[in-house]
Design a protein. Structure first.
Length: 211
């Protein structure tokens, strides 16, 4: 509940600040995502697979040049991954659920109704990650100390203005820092790898409304 209240408060503050600046455009966006981890697993693990997620948030555009905007966003995003591990002769799967508040800062190149986006994204882990395990059919909460508190990555994408207000967009985000706490040996209990070096990755497809 605290993270939801905090997120709503941030949206309200950002919306107020944006409304007071006529040179800025303001909108909301949200959609679905496919998220996973990039990293090397060990011999008895399959490659890390993707899981479905979602995101929702606000954005603002500040014109730098007639053909170029600065896009800033505040997003609540679900992340995570799926992977399999071997126990004896049986294969089992884990599904990890994490949530971040992300702040993308992007350049937006305008070409007619098309916008090309590129930039960086910082994120803060806001939930206590959970792990679904088919080995015992349970979902367990994990210690936040198993994960890095902050995330940072590169973002590229494109959006298309369907009308003056509605848009659709697609993005790819590649994390550049370890999403796990490599100094915490308990991360190995995730049955993913003992090297504890995995990067968040996500593909998103969504819609937006520009006010």
């Amino acid at each position: 509940m605290k993270k939801i209240i905090t997120f709503v408060a941030l949206i309200a503050l950002t919306a107020t600040a944006t409304a007071q600046n006529e040179s800025m455009g303001f909108g909301i966006r949200g959609g679905g995502s496919i998220t996973g981890y990039n990293g090397k697993t060990e011999a008895n693990y399959t490659n890390v697979k993707y899981k479905a997620g979602y995101y929702v948030g606000i954005f603002s555009d500040s014109q730098l040049l007639p053909f170029l905007d600065l896009r800033t966003e505040l997003l609540f995003s679900s992340y995570g991954a799926k992977w399999e591990f071997t126990q004896g002769n049986e294969k089992y799967s884990n599904t990890l659920h994490t949530q971040y508040i992300n702040l993308p800062i992007l350049a937006r190149l305008k070409i007619g109704n098309l916008g090309i986006l590129a930039g960086v994204q910082g994120g803060i882990l806001v939930n206590k990650p959970s792990l679904e395990n088919t080995f015992n059919g349970r979902t367990v909460k994990l210690d936040r100390s198993d994960f890095a508190k902050f995330d940072f990555g590169a973002v590229v994408g494109a959006e298309f203005n369907v009308t003056d207000h509605f848009l659709i967009d697609i993005r790819f985000n590649q994390g550049l820092v370890n999403a796990l706490n490599s100094s915490n040996s308990s991360v190995r209990n995730l049955n993913i790898s003992s090297n504890n070096n995995f990067l968040n990755v996500s593909y998103t497809l969504g819609v937006g409304y520009r006010f």
